[in-house]
Structures are given as structure tokens and as C-alpha cells.
Design a protein around this ligand. Structure first.
Ligand SMILES: Cc1cc2nc3c(=O)[nH]c(=O)nc-3n(C[C@H](O)[C@H](O)[C@H](O)COP(=O)(O)OP(=O)(O)OC[C@H]3O[C@@H](n4cnc5c(N)ncnc54)[C@H](O)[C@@H]3O)c2cc1C
Length: 460
């Protein structure tokens, strides 16, 4: 029996490793020249860049995954401080807070979000949820402690009354593809993942993590076809028969699609497409990214979040499909040399969330860099610069409207309301990755690989 995985992102690689041993043959077909998808990396002279993730959260998920595939977990380094949050006006020094460890002020919050985290991991994240799961006895009897209908911002305001702390506890919603005003409070568990469980850095960066998966796949005998975009899906009755690439057709018994969900719909005959009204879906933001090779005086921790002006206006820009105005622009900065002294060059990544469908404006990265220097007292010389934006997400990953993170985690796109893990009409066409359950982010996508493995083996 042969399993064909379309897309070599974290979701595709993790699924390939989990299915090898259950299937005689596992083939990964990847459009790009390297694997990793949004978690890829690139090199420019002495500088190396992780193109996507920089926060390694929920280490217990990776421990479980590697245990299941018979590999040792990827080595990690603890990141300290966890994060610095800057809040103020563009081009001016403002107020800031650096989180080293749990403060007294956070104890009650972490106790309550820790409860949500533990229940979610046990009840929601380790299984493909159905509507019935909302009727679970433990969930119903704890509705007050697992707030599904309240917004994250409202929930946070019960614990913190300063603007700075509310912003510090609200920015994690951007990782979930939303804002603190439209993300359900139950996702405050991400704050527990950060402040309660700790922030880690995979040795060698996410490049090292992806390479670990890739080498493990190769050792297990997974076949890779790189530079092979799938351009068509051939169907026979209620099954996928093969996928077509420029170098030929690949047949299989089970197909797992890791490529962007919307794009896989476009490759199917009309009657088999999963979602007819894509325009109704709430997409997670795209991003404008500055990959900068730098020198100079850097007063930066590994992770910095900067909030400027009226942050609601930045979130509004995501809804209104326009770029943020510089004075109300928030951004995130990764400076991993603060943790990883072995890096030859110093790489700085500036990430500005922007609406899907917008176009890259490199000036925003320049504005953010100047602002960062002022706020942190750094003096930064840029030796290398590459700007990456929504158009690149479309051309590199076939991302619908250039979304960076897929589908946002609003209530009606959570759990059983996310896109299905199997095509409703094609019995051997499965989906894995950030569009399906449980959702966005490397740990979630790793869980999604475990879920799709279980589903395939149950339905074989
Ligand atoms: C800038 C950025 C920062 C992020 N930061 C974090 C973070 O700090 N922590 C965290 O946990 N998560 C983070 N994330 C989210 C995380 O990276 C993603 O959720 C995860 O990597 C998605 O994995 P995936 O396997 O679902 O999809 P992808 O990585 O998109 O993989 C899909 C694969 O399918 C391939 N493909 C597309 N079309 C075809 C085709 N026609 N034929 C063959 N192959 C095709 C693509 O090339 C790609 O390799 C970040 C994401 C971005 C973009």
C-alpha cells in the first residue's frame, strides 16, 4: 500500500514519518526545492534565516510525537527572558515590560489559564473534535472556567488593569490569526503555554527542527519528490486515483494533502470541492517580513513585541483589507542571537501582520527598524535585507490571498467548525496542517499529523 503526501511542510513531514511502517511506501511530493514549507530557512552569505516560526512552545507535544515515531526529542534551549513588550508612540521611547519569570501579578491568571490548557490538551487537542464534544460533562460543568463566548481581551481585563499588561496578554491572538477582540477567551491557554510552560528554541533553529524531521523520514525510507508541484487531482468514483505533477502521475491508496486547503480545492473537479464559499471564511493575516542581516549594538532579547499608537486601528486594517498606518503599526521582532551564540551572522526578523490580499510595502519595515532602534537604544547597521510579503506567500505556497497562517481561530472556526480532515466525498483524500484541527502553529500542526494518522488507520 502506498500513502502519498502532497506538501512537505511540518504537517506533511510529520505525517510521512507517522505513516511509514504502516504503509509499505510513503511518498512526499513538494512544490519547492526544499522541505519545511512556512518553516523553511535560507542562507545569505554568513546570515541564516528561519523564514517562519521562531517560538517553540508546548514541548510536551513534540516529546509525544518523537516518542511515537521512535526518535529522541529534538534538543531545545530555554529562552530567557521570555519576551519583551514595548508600548508607546511610533518613533518615541515608551513603556516596556520584560518577562523573566512568573510575577505575583500573574499567579491567578496562570492558575486559571493553566486549567484551560490542561483541559484543552486532554479533551480537545488530542482528538478530532465533533459537535458532541461540546456536550462533554466536564466541559459543561466548567463552562465558567472555559470561556468560549467571551473575547480574549474581555477575559484578560478581569485580571489586568494596565494598558501594557492587557496588550502583553493580548498579542498572542495574532499567532492564532485573529485579534484579542475576536479570539475566544479559551485561547488564553496560549498565554499559559508561553508564561506557564516557557519559551524554547530548537537547537539549530527551526532549520534544525525541519532537518531532524527530514533526516528521520529519509532514514525510515520515505521517498521525496522535490520541485514537483501537483497540478491536478484525478478521481475515480469516490476515490482519488492519482495526482499529476510536471514529471508524471503518482498513484496511491491514501492521499494526505498538506498544501494550502483552498488550493487543493482548485485542483479537484467541482463536485468534490470541500468549500464553495471561501470568501466567507475568516482568513488569518498575511505578513510583511524583513529578513535583515545586521551588525551594531543590539539591546534586544530573543523576542520583542512592539505596540504603537491605537492597536485597534491595526486590527481594523486587517478587517478592512488595507495596510496599517505607520503610527498605529504593531510588529514583532525575532533576534535569535540573544539565545543562540553559535550563529555566525546576526539575523533580525521583523514581522508586521497585514491583511490578506494586500501588497508588500518595504517602507513599513524601514519604519519599524528605526522605531525599534529608538525604543530599545540599539544602533543597527543592515548588511543584508530581503523583504517578503503576501505576494510571496501566494507564489511560494499557493496561499489563498497570501495568508501566512491559514484560517483564524474564531469560535465558528474552532474544533469541529474547522475544515474537515477528510474530503466529504472522496474516501481516501485526507488533509493535514494549519487549516484543519486543531489549528495554527507548529505544535498544533504536529498534533494534526497525529490526528490524521489515527483517522487513516481507523478508516483503512
Ligand atoms: C512568518 C511566520 C511566523 C510564524 N511563527 C510561528 C511561531 O513562532 N511558532 C509556531 O508554532 N508557529 C508559527 N508560525 C505558524 C507555523 O509556521 C505554521 O502553522 C506551520 O509551519 C504550517 O505548517 P503546514 O504543514 O500546515 O503548512 P505549510 O508549511 O504551508 O506546508 C505546506 C506545503 O505544501 C507545499 N505545496 C503547496 N502547493 C503545493 C503543490 N501544488 N504541490 C506540492 N506541494 C505544494 C508548500 O510548498 C509547503 O511546503 C508562523 C508562520 C509564519 C508564516
Amino acid at each position: 500500500m502506498r500513502a502519498v503526501i502532497v506538501g512537505g511542510g511540518i504537517g506533511g513531514l510529520s505525517t510521512a514519518l507517522l505513516l511509514k511502517g504502516k504503509f509499505e511506501e510513503v511518498t512526499v511530493i513538494e512544490k519547492n526545492s526544499s522541505v519545511g514549507g512556512r518553516a523553511r530557512s535560507f542562507k545569505a552569505g554568513e546570515f541564516k534565516f528561519d523564514m517562519g516560526p521562531s517560538w517553540y512552545l508546548m514541548p510536551e507535544v513534540f516529546e509525544r510525537f518523537f516518542h511515537e515515531v521512535g526518535e529522541s526529542p529534538h534538543p531545545v534551549i530555554e529562552v530567557n527572558p521570555l519576551v519583551r513588550v514595548e508600548n508607546g508612540k511610533l518613533g518615541e521611547k515608551g513603556e516596556s515590560i520584560t518577562f523573566h519569570e512568573i510575577t505575583e501579578e500573574m499567579e491567578g491568571y496562570l492558575k486559571d489559564t493553566g486549567f484551560m490548557y490542561e483541559v484543552s490538551l486532554r479533551k480537545f487537542l488530542n482528538k478530532e473534535m465533533t459537535y458532541l464534544d461540546f456536550l462533554d460533562k466536564e466541559i459543561l460543568s466548567n463552562l465558567g472556567r472555559i470561556p468560549l463566548w467571551e473575547s480574549l481581551d474581555k477575559f484578560n481585563s478581569r485580571y489586568f488593569n494596565t494598558d501594557l499588561m492587557r496588550k502583553a496578554m493580548g498579542f498572542s491572538s495574532v499567532f492564532l490569526g485573529g485579534s484579542p477582540f475576536n479570539t475566544p477567551a479559551v485561547y488564553a491557554m496560549v498565554n499559559y503555554a508561553i508564561y506557564g510552560k516557557g519559551v524554547y528554541y530548537p537547537k539549530g533553529g527551526f532549520e534544525g527542527y525541519v532537518d531532524k524531521l527530514y533526516q528521520a523520514c529519509k532514514r525510515a525510507g520515505v521517498e521525496f519528490r522535490l520541485n514537483s508541484p501537483v497540478t491536478k487531482v484525478k478521481v475515480d468514483g469516490n476515490r482519488v486515483k492519482s495526482v499529476v505533477t510536471p514529471s508524471g502521475e503518482v498513484e496511491g491508496d491514501v492521499f494526505v494533502f498538506n498544501m494550502d486547503y483552498h488550493y487543493s480545492d482548485t485542483l479537484l473537479p467541482d463536485e468534490f470541492q470541500v468549500e464553495r464559499e471561501w470568501w466567507r471564511k475568516r482568513l488569518a493575516p498575511s505578513t510583511i517580513l524583513g529578513y535583515l542581516g545586521v551588525e551594531g549594538e543590539m539591546n534586544l532579547p530573543h523576542h520583542t513585541v512592539v505596540v504603537n499608537g491605537d492597536w485597534k486601528d491595526h486590527f481594523n486594517s486587517l478587517e478592512e483589507r488595507r495596510l496599517p498606518t505607520p503610527e498605529n503599526m504593531s510588529y514583532y521582532v525575532s533576534y535569535r542571537r540573544a539565545t543562540d551564540e553559535n550563529l555566525l551572522g546576526r539575523d533580525l526578523v521583523i514581522l508586521i501582520p497585514v491583511a490578506p490580499g494586500t501588497r508588500t510595502n518595504p517602507e513599513l519595515v524601514r519604519v519599524a527598524l528605526r522605531d525599534l532602534e529608538i525604543k530599545t537604544g540599539s544602533k543597527i547597521q543592515v548588511k543584508y535585507s530581503r523583504i517578503y510579503g503576501p505576494e510571496d506567500f501566494v507564489s511560494d505556497y499557493n496561499a489563498y490571498q497570501g495568508t501566512a497562517f491559514g484560517l483564524s481561530h474564531t469560535l465558528n472556526q474552532t474544533g469541529p467548525f474547522r475544515l474537515p480532515m477528510r474530503n466529504r466525498k472522496l474516501r481516501n483524500m485526507y488533509y493535514v496542517g494549519q487549516y484543519t484541527q486543531p489549528g495554527i502553529g507548529v505544535p498544533m500542526v504536529t498534533l494534526s499529523a497525529l490526528l490524521v494518522r489515527d483517522k487513516i488507520l481507523k478508516e483503512l
